[in-house]
Design a protein around this ligand. Structure first.
Ligand SMILES: NC(=O)c1ccc[n+]([C@@H]2O[C@H](COP(=O)([O-])OP(=O)(O)OC[C@H]3O[C@@H](n4cnc5c(N)ncnc54)[C@H](OP(=O)(O)O)[C@@H]3O)[C@@H](O)[C@H]2O)c1
Length: 646
């Protein structure tokens, strides 16, 4: 289309795109722009004038289609809608919620009360109302942050219990109510029997027939707080505020429309306060005919003000772009902490039973162990205690361990693995890694365990071993389901390529030293190309190596001016900045701490986001400074030269 748009990010008053953007340019950049700005306002223009007369719903539909998004099947919504016929198809655009003009539609994410939610919501203004009728927007991560700071107990309850929605539906659409969509059109059925059959297949749903053909439907338990893997942000993603303020009509009582997942009552005063917060922080502007907005439904909520006059706003709901193979995940935070990109490390942990138990109790679900850490028995006891006390189940945990250097010969791989497994008191590992690409002389388990770097005569002896043969045995662990994922650690890019080129099962991850003094951009790029996870060890840099005399206080990143300034700016600690930086680089940091205070501090990194500018400032601290270098410490400690990096 030969159209230009005046474009404005709706959440940032300070940004106005300097020049109008062409249709093609917008289409090309639409997912990126929306990811970054969360909501965009487009005003189609020609010769710097608004196209009011000749821009039609047909043109709007073409923009939507040109974006090449996956189709979203509208199903389960409460709002009555009418399809708008355009030549491109009859189910592409429809009226926005046709709730009566004098009724406000509260803030909501489109279809957040169901499991079927669109990625994008777009609106087009065919006719602007006389007064009011705006579509205010709210950044959901902002709401999450507000709750996180002001109501930590409420947040915990939402996370652990989830929520349920209760709505009474008439049989036919009732246009006098904003939630008047009847059960026949909602569930695409004709009879009560058909509806019952459909509902009985939906796990967790309860229903009750009422008089006049109405039905009360209680949803399954749904998460109310999500983690957005794409933006690395938590969001308040639900329909709580919409239901609490708006699910009121002649059938429904808004105060009975929601409850926690255990059916207990949600605190009304908190919901009222969150509603006020949204009102005070919402973004509002006036519709003009021809205006279009795009909303990333994972990041922003919308509402609708009351209005007078005739208002025609059309909507279109879509999923992510067709060409996107790995859609970013939305992780519902309900007993689902295992998917959070943060791991707990157990190297140099002394009272490992207590520390492991405490870490799990504080909410860590990924644990990073190794034979070489010499504490797997105690770690196993800590895991057992946490499971026995019902803090979590085995399947809620993700446990990593590593094959030590003396077990590289194919006949020793299973031996080393089984010892780790029995020490940890587990029957499978989630991830098993080759600890170092360094093969050492075998030391029998009954003679010395953990074997460490030297043999029984206290000498470090390198052994000839083809690592691809070791990898074949790792693959056997995978195929026999003893290790759910297999990977490597401390592998350089050429070694990684070697394994990838000869393997049947590619490494799931490479665990490497990563912090702002050692950013390893090329390795990150390569792993991304191989679709391999990057796990970042020693994310705090020197901190872990000072006690070993392998680093000094001056090298501590927490004392660096840049990190300190950024920490001050976000009201976070330097450690939190380092961990957050790692997460925003799409790596999974492993952080070790023996203190509960530090454990909690290190987990409190999901309520803020480092800007791209600050990320670049931190990236620039790189000096390729490696603290964990066998080429150095093996020579110093064991008089054996075995570099693995050039
Ligand atoms: N694959 C490998 O070869 C390899 C190598 C090294 C490490 N790793 C893994 O990665 C994990 C993490 O690396 P790491 O242990 O070397 O280092 P790290 O986690 O970067 O740093 C740990 C050090 O930082 C301190 N610390 C933690 N949180 C803090 C906070 N909020 N404020 C102040 N100090 C804090 C800890 O002290 P406190 O205990 O007093 O809190 C400890 O001294 C290891 O435990 C291990 O699981 C793997």
């Amino acid at each position: 289309m030969n159209v230009y748009y005046k474009i404005k990010p709706l959440f940032d008053n300070s940004v106005e795109f300097a020049n109008p953007i062409s249709h093609d340019e917008f289409i090309k950049n639409m997912p990126k722009l929306l990811k970054y700005h969360k909501a965009l306002h487009l005003r189609p223009i020609q010769n710097n004038e608004n196209i009011l007369s000749n821009f039609t719903e047909e043109n709007y539909c073409q923009i939507v289609l040109d974006c090449k998004l996956k189709k979203f099947n509208y199903f389960g919504g409460a709002a009555p809608r009418t399809k708008i016929n355009v030549p491109q198809g009859e189910d592409l655009i429809f009226t926005a919620n046709e709730a009566p003009a004098d009724q406000l539609i509260p803030f909501h994410h489109e279809l957040a009360q169901s499991k079927n939610t669109p990625s994008y919501v777009s609106f087009y203004c065919k006719k602007s109302p006389e007064t009011g009728g705006e579509t205010p927007l709210m950044d959901s991560s902002l709401v999450y942050r507000y709750i996180h700071k002001k109501y930590p107990e409420f947040e915990m309850k939402l996370k652990s219990l989830g929520v349920r929605y209760i709505r009474i539906l008439p049989s036919e659409n009732d246009l006098s109510s904003p939630l008047g969509r009847g059960w026949k059109s909602t569930y695409e059925v004709e009879t009560k029997k058909e509806l019952e059959e459909k509902l009985s297949k939906m796990i967790g749903i309860e229903y009750l027939w009422l008089d006049k053909g109405n039905i009360s439907i209680k949803s399954e338990v749904l998460p109310a707080i999500f983690y957005n893997e794409e933006t690395k942000e938590h969001i308040f993603f639900n329909s709580l505020i919409a239901a609490f303020n708006g699910w009121q009509d002649k059938r429904n009582n808004r105060l009975k429309s929601i409850c926690y997942g255990d059916n207990s009552e949600i605190e009304n005063d908190i919901l009222k306060d969150i509603t006020n917060f949204m009102e005070n922080n919402k973004v509002c502007w006036k519709w003009m005919e021809g205006d279009i907005i795009w909303i990333d439904n994972r990041q922003a909520m919308h509402s609708r003000n009351t209005f007078t006059g005739d208002r025609k706003v059309y909507a279109s709901l879509w999923n992510r772009p067709i060409n996107e193979s790995n859609e970013p995940k939305m992780i519902g935070c309900r007993n689902n902490l295992v998917n959070m990109p943060l791991s707990f490390g157990l190297w140099k942990v002394k009272n490992a039973k207590e520390v492991t138990y405490n870490a799990i109790k504080q909410g860590y679900r990924k644990l990073d162990c190794a034979c070489d850490y010499g504490n797997e028995k105690e770690v196993g006891e800590g895991i057992k205690q946490a499971i026995d006390e019902g803090i979590c189940k085995r399947e809620d945990l993700h446990i990593t361990s590593k094959l030590w250097n003396t077990f590289h010969k194919p006949e020793h791989v299973m031996l080393g693995f089984k010892k780790t497994l029995s020490d940890l008191k587990l029957d499978y590992l989630d991830l098993y890694l080759i600890h170092f690409p360094i093969s050492l002389e075998y030391v029998p388990i009954d003679k010395k365990y953990p074997p460490e770097w030297v043999n029984l005569d206290n000498i470090m002896i390198l052994q000839k071993q083809d690592l691809s043969e070791t990898w074949k045995e790792m693959e056997n662990l995978y195929t026999s389901k003893l290790a759910r994922q297999i990977g490597v650690s401390n592998f350089s890019s050429s070694l990684l390529r070697q394994i990838v080129n000869c393997c049947k099962i590619a490494p799931h991850a490479n665990q490497i030293e990563l912090h702002p003094y050692l950013t390893q951009q090329n390795m990150l790029k390569l792993c991304r190309e191989y679709n391999m996870e990057v796990i970042a060890y020693s994310p705090l840099g020197a901190k872990s190596y000072i006690e070993l005399n392998m680093a000094n206080e001056f090298q501590d990143l927490c004392n660096h001016k840049t990190i300190n300034n950024i920490a001050l700016h976000y009201s976070k600690t330097p450690v939190q900045i380092l961990l957050r930086w790692a997460i925003q680089r799409n790596t999974i940091p492993i952080c070790k701490s023996s203190s509960i205070k530090h454990m909690n501090e290190n987990m409190d990194i999901f309520d803020f986001s480092i800007t791209e500018t600050d990320m670049i400032l931190i990236n620039k601290l790189n000096k390729n400074l490696r603290f964990n270098d066998p080429g150095k410490f093996c020579l110093e400690a064991f008089k054996t030269f075995c570099p693995i990096y050039d």
